[in-house]
Design a protein around this ligand. Structure first.
Ligand code: ADP
Length: 257
């Protein structure tokens, strides 16, 4: 809490940003970053001025997801976000070496998150999506302390192990009175060539878990081999002609309601 006044000062500089949504997950590897990036693209396509702040300090993936290789430019003492698919993008991975950050302690992590909020020229945004590290740690506390979070969206696979961690994440946000906007089930099923669905990680687990904890269920995203490929190629699926783009469009509409 020692950092509190500075965090609040940092948040003031986001005065042009109307709403800030943290995308969180209990576990790594459930597709949180993929979902955050594609949601941002879908929100921008719906006409909203959108930003994506990749604060996943231990595994920043926005540069890969958007194919951004170079360092950001500076203008008037502020870091300029990159723009792709109508989304203003800034990633901790564009500023620091993630291999060094792995050994960072809480205050350094919080400092980096503050810098991403205050030293970047975000300008006016309707919505800023923040991709947070998996689990609940210093980044989440830092964001909660900034008192600027509109709410959190939780991504989980239907697997029980992931759901247990998701419930812990929901409880952190609830304890700090951060609204839980809802739960997204990712990797919900794989569509087989005959149109049949194969529920690789179990069926409907995240929906049931959301109901049990009383959080809204926002929707399910199937496993799409093209989503994995698009992510590796730096070309978000939400910007393509693919059924997955409609799934992200629907989720974006739910979130911006
Ligand atoms: P996290 O941010 O939770 O660690 P990522 O977004 O990095 O997870 O996703 C982990 C891997 O799963 C990546 O290779 C990504 O391309 C892939 N992936 C995520 N969601 C899907 C999906 N619905 N269908 C296919 N692949 C996916």
């Amino acid at each position: 809490l020692k950092n509190k006044p500075r965090v609040e000062a940092a948040a003031e500089t986001l005065s042009g940003v109307k709403s800030i949504i943290a995308v969180a997950s209990g576990k790594g590897g459930v597709g949180k970053s993929t979902v955050a990036a594609n949601l941002a693209v879908a929100l921008a396509a719906s006409g909203l001025q959108t930003g994506l702040l990749d604060a996943d300090i231990y595994g920043p993936s926005a540069p890969t997801l958007f194919g951004i290789k170079d360092k950001p430019a500076m203008k008037d003492g502020k870091i300029q976000p990159r723009e792709a698919y109508g989304v203003k993008i800034m990633s901790i991975g564009m500023l620091i070496d993630p291999e060094q950050a792995i050994a960072w302690r809480g205050p350094m992590v919080m400092g980096a998150v503050r810098q991403l909020m205050s030293d970047v020229d975000w300008g006016d945004l309707d919505v800023m999506i923040i991709d947070t590290p998996p689990g609940t740690g210093d980044t989440h506390l830092s964001l909660i302390q900034s008192k600027r979070l509109t709410g959190a969206v939780i991504v989980s696979t239907p697997q029980e192990m992931a759901l247990a961690d998701m419930r812990r994440g929901v409880s952190l946000f609830r304890q700090t009175e951060t609204p839980v906007i809802g739960v997204i089930e990712n990797m919900a099923w794989l569509e087989l060539p005959g149109g049949e669905r194969q529920y690789l990680f179990g069926e409907g687990g995240a929906k049931k878990a959301a109901e049990t904890i009383g959080a809204p269920f926002l929707g399910a995203i199937p496993l799409y081999p093209e989503l994995r490929q698009a992510s590796d190629d730096g070309l978000p699926l939400a910007a393509r002609d693919h059924p997955g783009a409609d799934v992200f469009k629907d989720l974006a509409a739910q979130i911006s309601k």
